[in-house]
Design a protein around this ligand. Structure first.
Ligand code: ADP
Ligand code: MG
Length: 325
């Protein structure tokens, strides 16, 4: 049935953020009727309703799944490996709303990086890294974000985090994989001994830069599970597919610093970022975001410099993604 023009649909992002009601929490998954992602679905997608197609499944390994450790290499080496390495799919992220897959990328180690890559053994050194791969064809359509753009938003989030020196987002690229173009991001294993809810409730200071990043990126989906406490003691952020909208959509569990004044270090970082957003970074992000989204990003950075405080939740919008984990 066609959708009437006056019918107001909630986006998946809004649905996920909906507040609990007397009838319990609103359910996610309000799929936009009749809308297909711009890119064709993968032939062997196992999305509901696609069961009649031939299904050349990727070769998935039996449990337990053992992933290699992320290599200790500079970002440019990791980015090159993610972009050019051979991508083998080894599993799926259960419950992923965007058909996220787990894989391993393998490629030659750049010359001169290890003792193995000497003149005696010029081609023997290989690097491998665990990755998450989100094919654009598997993205769930949302009414308020253009179809087929989430992978590019994830890459834009990485570029923003790296340019500002935040180091929040693991190395990320957009490349072609077994199911077509998609986002490929380094998989950074979370430290299982860390209680992420306790980090959030306890306002762990390592989360404050992520809270600021989310304000700048206009992140509509900062859940507890999108925080990765690493074994090295840092905290990373993942799943930035619904960032950078031109309209305010900040939804986050990181409200501990609401109303607090930004530090000098935070303001300096934002000032550098605003400069970059008037120059090279704007050009780079323009390959992944709409011009209006890049302009809105710059305005958010400038706005924080004019009024250097963490925002308060907007009483007219859901402030917390739902479910929050
Ligand atoms: N790069 C990553 N490194 C480590 N864990 C990750 C990474 N990306 C995702 N995850 C974990 O997998 C879960 C699902 O991935 P997510 O990106 O949230 O998928 P979806 O788009 O389906 O919501 C996340 O909540 C997080 O715990
Ligand atoms: Mg997620």
């Amino acid at each position: 049935m066609a959708e009437g023009p006056s019918e107001r649909l909630r986006s998946d992002s809004d649905a996920r953020a909906a507040r609990p009601t007397a009838h319990g929490p609103a359910r996610g998954g309000d799929r936009r009727p009749g809308v297909q992602a711009r890119s064709p679905r993968p032939q062997n997608s196992d999305r509901p309703g696609s069961g009649t197609q031939a299904r050349p499944e990727p070769r998935l390994r039996p449990e337990p799944l053992t992933l290699p450790e992320p290599p200790a290499a500079p970002a440019e080496v990791l980015l090159h490996l993610l972009a050019t390495g051979e991508l083998e799919l080894v599993g799926r992220l259960p419950g992923s709303s965007n058909n996220a897959l787990l894989g391993i990328v393998r490629g030659p180690e750049p010359a001169g990086r290890s003792s193995a890559s000497t003149a005696a053994t010029p081609t023997s050194a290989r690097l491998e890294a665990p990755v998450v791969y989100k094919p654009i064809a598997g993205e769930r359509p949302l009414w308020d974000f253009p179809d087929g753009t989430l992978a590019h938003r994830e890459l834009a989030a990485y570029l923003l985090s790296a340019a500002a020196g935040w180091g929040i987002v693991p190395p990320t690229v957009v490349r072609t994989g077994p199911f077509g173009p998609g986002m490929v991001q380094l998989w950074v294993p979370a430290d299982p001994s860390v209680d992420r809810v306790a980090l959030v409730v306890g306002a762990d200071p390592r989360l404050r830069p992520i809270a600021l990043f989310d304000v700048v990126a206009n992140n509509a989906d900062r859940k507890v599970g999108h925080l990765i406490p690493t074994r090295e003691g840092t905290i990373l952020g993942v799943d930035h597919g619904i960032c950078f909208h031109v309209e305010p959509k900040l939804r986050t569990v990181l409200w501990a610093w609401r109303g607090e004044r930004l530090t000098t270090e935070e303001r300096d970082r934002l000032a550098c970022l605003a400069d970059l957003l008037r120059e090279d970074l704007a050009v780079e992000l323009g390959e992944h975001l709409a011009p209006a989204e890049v302009a809105a990003l710059r305005r958010r950075a400038e706005g924080l410099l004019e009024r250097p405080c963490f925002p308060e939740p907007d009483p007219d919008r859901p402030a917390i993604p739902w479910p929050p984990y």
